[in-house]
Design a protein around this ligand. Structure first.
Ligand code: FAD
Length: 403
């Protein structure tokens, strides 16, 4: 738990009620968006969000803010497309400036095989109404003149797929926007409150949670704790098909605007962008081991910076300012797990991996409908927890970009 600043809190500590209609474990974008849509769309306002540290302490305050829909399967594309559509008007809906900025994404291609994969992705995207198309090397330079087409002499660039709708949204603003809007509707957000138990009755129905501030009865419990999903599921007697892996990123000191949008290379496993404050940001794949440690490492900086410099040589002279780590709950098919679990009235918003920020609007809205009505919205149906048992996985690792 080091690095989570467990003693930090932003909201006044409020009294816990003995029972709520819904208890949501985890004050990240997934938990908070579900709370907001439960109250806003279904009139379910007797909701508690229970957060061990402070809202946004997990991946929601640590991600690299990419929101896009250029995925690789007929199930995932509509899901991410709908979330991006919702993000476009979310500032107005929440009455909170989320700093939505549409900038586009270039996925560099270095081999004939990668070209075929990216071209197939473009065709599938287009057939489902998502704008993704191939660029020639000359067209790449028109979008991003600073790219070295020789790939540092090691990974020459022969083309790219281009996804103009890709956007960046300020991550902590999304956390605070959902939290503020939910709170206005009556949702109780309890920071500094750790769930230590999940109460399941003899008939296999979830009846509430136990916290370090006392027990809470609930008509439904949602686990939305991303990297800690295995721990909370275990409290309910469940074993989930996911592992927790660390993901790091770094930013340099701020510079004048140099790159517009996201530049990534799946072959080199690196992505680069420039934040609204001017920092050059780079990230790579999840690290190849399981841990709950948030300790950043020098190996990552050395490796990731070397890869970034291949394509943006100007980064060689940039001064590194900060690096950080978050935890990702990685599923075998790189798709989220959404829906009621084998324990009745115990719901899962898990398997958020490296894609759980961009999915917050659609996943939260779908989960709220599912909890409130029992229905499974069509856009969420491919991601139900029973897909692993029923051999209906939704494999989309190639779209994750970072592993
Ligand atoms: C470096 C990095 C870059 C990323 N980039 C992107 C990106 O560009 N786009 C994208 O879509 N995704 C990205 N992701 C993934 C994304 O950040 C996560 O998938 C997403 O934030 C998960 O949100 P969440 O609300 O499910 O969980 P979290 O934000 O992790 O929130 C879970 C919360 O649960 C709390 N909690 C844990 N245990 C307990 C307990 N026992 N009791 C009470 N509370 C508890 C934690 O304190 C935490 O605040 C990135 C992740 C990282 C680390």
């Amino acid at each position: 738990m080091s690095g989570l600043f467990l003693d930090r809190e932003f909201l006044p500590l409020r009294e816990l009620k003995p029972s709520y209609d819904v208890v949501i474990i985890g004050g990240g974008v997934q938990g908070l968006s579900t709370a907001y849509y439960l109250a806003a769309r279904h009139g379910i306002k007797n909701v508690a969000v229970v957060e061990r540290a402070y809202i946004g302490a997990g991946g929601s305050g640590r991600n690299t803010q990419v929101v896009r829909s250029n995925y690789n399967t007929p199930e995932t594309i509509p899901f991410y497309k709908e979330s991006l559509r919702m993000y476009r008007t979310l500032s107005q809906e929440l009455d909170f400036n989320l700093m939505f900025s549409n900038q586009g994404e270039i996925d560099l291609v270095h081999s004939d095989d990668s070209w075929r994969v990216e071209n197939d992705k473009c065709l599938l995207n287009q057939s489902l109404g998502v704008d993704t198309h191939m660029l020639t090397p000359r067209e790449i330079l028109e979008v991003c003149p600073h790219i070295d087409l020789s790939g540092g002499g090691k990974l020459p660039i022969i083309g790219a797929s281009y996804h103009p709708p890709c956007a960046f949204v300020r991550h902590d603003a999304v956390v605070w926007g959902y939290a503020a809007a939910a709170a206005r509707l009556g949702v109780a957000i309890h920071e500094q409150t750790t769930v230590t138990g999940v109460r399941v009755d003899a008939g296999g129905t979830c009846r509430g949670v136990v916290t370090d501030r006392g027990p809470i009865a609930a008509g439904a419990v949602l686990s939305a704790v991303a990297g800690w999903s295995s721990q909370i599921a275990a409290l309910a007697g469940l074993r989930l098909p996911l592992v927790t892996q660390p993901l790091q990123a770094f930013v340099t000191e701020p510079y004048r605007p140099l790159i517009n949008g996201l530049v990534s290379s799946f072959d080199a496993l690196v992505y680069i962008s420039q934040s609204q404050r001017g920092e050059l940001l780079a990230g790579a794949e999840v690290l190849p081991y399981n841990t709950y440690s948030l300790r950043p490492g020098f190996d990552f900086i050395a490796e990731c910076a070397a890869r970034a410099i291949l394509f943006l040589p100007l980064m060689a002279k940039a001064r590194l300012m900060r690096q950080w780590t978050g935890l990702c709950d990685m599923t075998p098919d790189s798709s989220p797990i959404l829906g009621e679990s084998e324990v009745e009235r115990f719901f899962l918003s898990a398997g958020m991996g490296t894609w759980g920020f961009k999915t917050a609007p659609v996943a939260g809205r779908s989960m709220a409908e599912h909890i409130a009505t029992g229905r499974v919205p069509a856009v969420m149906a491919p991601f139900l927890p029973d897909r692993f048992r029923n051999d209906r996985m939704v494999p989309d690792a190639a779209s994750a970009g970072t592993h």
